[in-house]
Ligand binder design. Structure first.
Ligand code: HEM
Length: 349
């Protein structure tokens, strides 16, 4: 009898632990590439088919998904918290300024994958895993390296509208601040430089680099036609391309002007020539802490691919939730318990 009541007490403690913000109620499950081999053996294939066809219809998908994945992982871990849609009751990460430019096609790629997976094996594959798998498939599809994607992440029970602007690097940050941000999350300078190679794909809107090409002043306050670390022809081309950006904020430029749709080490080669788009890109070349890595990756695509793959695998494991720390969402943009997540879950319990 005594043993039974002790067991019940322990079971109750385990059940309430997560809702009360305590430690995970169940032993954390280790992530593994074969996590769904029994429960949804075609999961990876299904995600690959959906996102590959989406990428063929809209070639900007790959860059969008990769950025969404970074913005997910760096804010409370890779837990699909970035996918939660705001409602009348609760704001979400999507409301943060830095996330306003995340492209709809990237979210659509995840939604479509989830729909296909729910038809095949309902309630099994998490949205966080879908986003990780989609990123891997699309990096490879655009010419980049293959890297293992361990699976078994749970989806978050919360999504903060303020965390992204605090946790993510902004285009006006100094390299010191960016290094600090990455170190605080246990990523080395080398890993930061390797991950920045993701800017071999996609676009940036003019407002992100306008201060480099219009009304530029050097450190002493002297006005200059543009940031002198820029290749002059490139700077003039961007001045022309962006001239109406205040009227039309959708105007954007390729992050990698030479091979914009191809995942390769051209991004680093560009930096050596003053063809970095964001000041945070170009500064990787001028800062003594990051320059040696830029040189190494510019000179050797294989080394870049190896380091990028390792850093992406590490990023994909950052802050993941397992066991009762999260849930498998039925749809990726909403908590299972209702619009406000945690509070609802606690009430429902
Ligand atoms: C190191 C600090 C970083 C800064 C300051 C930064 C900043 C930015 C900015 C300002 C944009 C343009 C957004 C827009 O105008 O729509 C952008 C785009 C992008 N970023 Fe980063 N980023 C950083 C690191 C990363 C990392 C680590 C990844 C992924 C591993 C990444 C992936 C991307 C991609 C793929 C795009 C293009 C998105 C698209 O075309 O839709 N970035 N980034």
């Amino acid at each position: 009898m005594r043993r039974l009541s002790l067991f019940l007490l322990l079971a109750a403690a385990a059940l309430t632990g997560a809702a009360a913000g305590g430690p995970p109620a169940t032993t954390p499950i280790k992530l593994s590439p074969t996590f769904y081999s029994q429960t949804c053996p075609r999961a990876e294939r299904i995600v690959a088919e959906v996102v590959q066809s989406k990428q063929m219809q809209n070639p900007t998908t790959a860059a969008g998904v990769l950025r969404v994945f970074f913005h997910d992982c760096f804010v409370t871990g890779c837990d699909a918290s970035v996918l939660i849609a705001p409602t009348h009751f609760a704001k979400s990460e999507k409301d943060a300024d830095i996330n306003h430019s995340l492209p709809g096609d990237a979210f659509d790629a995840v939604v479509r994958s989830k729909l296909a997976l729910e038809l095949e094996c309902p309630g099994v594959v998490s949205c966080a895993d879908i986003l990780a798998l989609a990123s891997g498939v699309l990096v490879t599809m655009t010419g980049g390296p293959r890297f293992p994607v361990p699976l078994g992440r749970k989806d978050s029970l919360s999504s903060s509208p303020t965390a992204p602007d605090i946790e993510l690097p902004h285009s006006n940050f100094t390299i010191s601040r960016i290094i600090e941000l990455f170190l605080a999350k246990n990523f080395t300078v080398q890993e930061m430089v390797a991950l920045s190679g993701a800017h071999t794909l996609g676009f940036s809107h003019c407002q992100e680099f306008a201060s480099r090409i219009y009304n530029y002043h050097d450190k002493a306050g002297k006005p200059l036609p543009f940031d002198p670390s820029m290749n002059p022809g490139y700077a003039k081309g961007l001045q022309d391309a962006c001239k109406d950006y205040l009227k039309d904020p959708t105007i954007a430029a390729f992050n990698d002007i030479m091979t914009p749709g191809k995942f390769d080490n051209q991004y680093y080669v560009n930096l050596e020539r003053g063809l970095g788009l964001l000041s945070t890109d170009q500064d990787l070349w001028s800062d003594a802490r990051t320059k040696p890595f830029v040189q190494r990756y510019a000179g050797n695509n294989t080394v870049f691919f190896e380091d990028f793959a390792k850093a992406m695998e590490k990023l994909s494991l950052f802050g993941v939730k397992t066991g009762a720390d999260g849930e498998i969402r039925r749809r990726c943009d909403a908590y299972n318990s209702g619009p406000t997540g945690k509070a609802d879950a606690a009430e429902a319990a």
